[in-house]
Structure formats: C-alpha cells, structure tokens
Design a protein. Structure first.
Length: 436
C-alpha cells in the first residue's frame, strides 16, 4: 500500500497525512509512526513550524509515505510546490478541537478542501477530538461522509484512574505549599523513584520564574512554553522524560496530546479558567492503565470554576472538600462558563447530533444502543433547557427542540415526544437520544 511516494519532479506525494496542532505532538506522532514502520520500507516524515525548513525539505525529497505535519508548515510547503496531496488515501486530524482553539480552522479547511485533497469518498478520514462541540460537528460534516461516531468513556470527563485533590491555597502561599508537596516522604507524593511531576502555570513568565525558583531550592526543574524555541522545548521534554529533571513547569502547550511515561503527579499551581483545560492537564497522568495523582491549588479567583469542578469530580466519585461544595453552591457560572475555553460548551459535546436526514440514519453507537448512552445529563428544569440552548444553539439543528424538562419517573417509551431530536429521561437522567 505504501511505496515511498515522491514524484520525479521532487514533489512529495504522501499516501497518509496526519495533521496535529503543535510541534511537540507532531514529533511524538512521528516517533511512534517510525517505530510501527520499522523495517517495513514505509517512510515517515514530519514537518512543523518553529524549526528550519531546509532539513525537513531534504527529508521530503527522499520520499514520504506517511506525513505528519502542523497546518501552517504544511500549507507553506504545498504553496511552495514541495508537497502534493493528490495521492492521499488516509487523512487523520488529531486534537481537532485544539486546532480550532488555536485558530487553525481556516488552514485546515484550506488543506482539506482546496489543495488537491481527494474527496471524502476517495479517502478514509479520521477525526480525533477530546470534545465534540458544534464547531467540531460541522468540521466532521464537511470533511467526512456518513461517518461513524465513537466515544471512549465519557466525552469531556476525566479518568477514574486519577485521584483528584483540590486544596485551598492563597496565591501568596503557593510556592511554599508546592515545595511541601515535592519534598520526599510527603503522603501525597508518589514514592516511585522514576515518577515525574508536571506543574502547570498560567503564563510563560510564571513558568520561567517558577522553574528558576525551584532549581534554587534544590528541585531539578525545567520549563516549557510557547516562547521557547523548538530546540529548547525538545531539550526540556527530553530531560523530563529521562528523569534527569523530574519536574516540568509548563503552560498549556504541554497539556494536550503529549504522552510522557511515568508522570505520577500533576499539580495545577494555577488553575485554568475552563474545566476542559483542567481535564486535559490532569490527563497527562493516569495513562496506559496506571494510576495517577492530580493536585489543584484553589484560591478566591478560581471561584467561577467551582461548580464545573465539583460536577467533574462527582462523575468519577472523587472526594470533594466541603468548602469547595460551598463555593459551587454560591457561585453562578452561567451554565457554560468553565466548561470550555475555546468553542461551545463541551458538557454537551459527547453526543453526535446530525441535522436533516443524516440524523435519522446516524451511526452514533449510542443512538443504537441506548442502554449505553454517554454522557448522561440530568435535565430537570426549564433553566436547564435554557442553558442547553445557550451552549448548542444552531439555526439548522435546534438540539433542544422537543426536549422534555420535567423529571420523568417512568420508563422511556418510543414515540412519546413527537418528530424531532429527543432525549428520553428516566428519574431525571437522559437514557436515550435520537430522532423520532
């Protein structure tokens, strides 16, 4: 199937294209793909911005079967006439929601729709996304044909392999509290010698300052953020992965996609403004069946996040401090705020709603197997309907049309809500979704 496609003119013609939002994720995918293609004759090449193009172009000229690329660098190479997409049979978009959050939608659409890319029926397309808001559904509708929607676990939720702890720490005390967590022998420090600790902060300046401070305190640390050049970022990840510097201070550039073994503890030194970002951050631990620990420093300024944070922790039966419950009950977050820093409200991003006739023939496995509906959402009041509409409003597909909001204590029956998209409730919980 793969035969080192490169035209005699020097134009690289990959058979498979994988798009990723960041340099780090592209390099990681490239390394994994090389391992899988070892001694097969399949050539894998990576192209990303922030690094000299010369060596990447030389690699492309040697032939490429699988191309891993960031959108910006790929568009650049295509416009230079160095790459043609006319032979692409397999297209994968990884971290699609992240690409939209980072403003790559125009470039992604240009690549898929305007640059010799074969039509959906002539290629296999795979779109991977941690959330499934309206923007991602539109992207899927435009790029895929009669697609199958699959969800691993509850979309937008955290793993039950991660123990989550939220501690109230005033901003002025954060550094001292962090040092206490990092000291050997502490009860919430993983004892494994090769365990790594990932510390998230909100700004690039804070990352550099905290790395420097920790190093002075005798805790070997390195930092990664968007202002570091590619060589510095790769070196930081290499030192962290090897355990030579077992503490990595990072902004959200390291929050998604990267798979770093042995991360036993994720510390949210600064909590993000959106709970989706919190989920992605703590998802760096508890991977590949291993357990992990996530500690968050909560202060007064994080009050708007309290309600969404409590709901998230309840989903995986975490121990919730009473003071956090009080914040959640007294803080109004507008239903959606805190759920997504990018597009839409991903609390409702786990359903595959398709407008028109496509919905009636949806391949969403949860529409066909209603006993496995994920994620369940209690709709028990008209205010919940309003919040739902605020998050999912669409002129072509009013998601909440005919959505019942009275708590239904009887078992669901077919055809009870008329024509249109519906959610069946049982004791206030959605147990089936689809069209009637």
């Amino acid at each position: 199937m793969f035969v080192n496609h490169s035209a005699a003119s020097g134009i690289a013609c990959p058979v498979a294209l994988i798009l990723a939002p960041t340099r780090e994720l592209s390099c990681q995918i490239h390394e994994v793909a090389k391992n899988f293609s070892y001694q097969t004759g399949v050539k894998v090449v990576v192209a990303y911005g922030g690094a000299p193009a010369v060596q990447q172009l030389r690699n492309l000229e040697k032939g490429v079967d699988i191309l891993v690329a960031t959108p910006g660098r790929l568009v650049d190479f295509i416009e230079r006439g160095k790459i043609s997409l006319r032979n692409v049979k397999y297209l994968a978009l990884d971290e699609a929601d992240r690409m939209l959050d980072m403003g790559f939608e125009h470039q992604v659409r240009k690549i898929v729709q305007q640059m010799e890319m074969p039509q959906p029926g002539a290629r296999q397309t795979m779109l991977f996304s941690a959330t499934f808001p309206a923007e991602i559904q539109r992207l899927a509708s435009d790029f895929l044909s009669n697609y199958i929607f699959l969800a691993a676990g509850k979309v937008g939720s955290s793993s039950d392999l991660i123990v989550q702890r939220v501690e109230f720490v005033p901003d002025v005390d954060k550094r001292d509290h962090l040092v206490n967590l990092l000291r050997p022998g502490k009860t919430n420090k993983t004892p494994s010698e090769d365990a790594l600790t990932l510390v998230f902060v909100e700004t690039k300046r804070a990352a550099d300052a905290l790395e420097c401070w920790l190093s002075r305190k005798g805790f070997p640390s390195t930092a990664i953020h968007g202002d570091k050049i590619q060589m510095e970022r790769e070196r930081a990840l290499r030192l962290f992965r090897s355990g030579r510097t077992p503490i990595l201070v990072a902004t959200d550039v390291a929050a998604r996609g990267l798979d770093i073994p042995h991360v036993a503890h994720v510390i949210n030194f600064d909590l993000p403004r959106a709970v989706d970002d919190y989920v992605h951050r703590i998802g760096r631990t508890g991977r590949a069946g291993k357990s992990g620990l996530a500690t968050a420093f909560f202060s007064e300024k994080n009050a708007p996040l309290a309600k969404a944070l409590v709901e998230l922790m309840q989903e995986t039966n975490q121990e919730i401090p009473e003071w956090l419950n009080k914040y959640a009950k007294t803080t109004y977050n507008g239903g959606c705020s805190g759920r997504s820093s990018g597009h839409g409200c991903s609390k409702f991003g786990g359903y595959d709603y398709r407008s028109g006739a496509d919905c009636k023939n949806s391949n969403d496995f949860r529409s066909q197997h209603v006993d496995k509906a994920l994620p369940p959402y209690a709709v028990t009041s008209s205010s919940s309907i309003s919040a739902y509409n605020d998050c999912n409003a669409s002129t072509s597909d009013p998601i909440a049309y005919n959505l019942p909001y009275a708590a239904d204590t009887s078992a669901p029956t077919a055809g009870s809500y008329g024509l249109g998209p519906y959610n069946h409730l049982y004791n206030g919980t959605v147990v089936a979704t689809g069209w009637e």
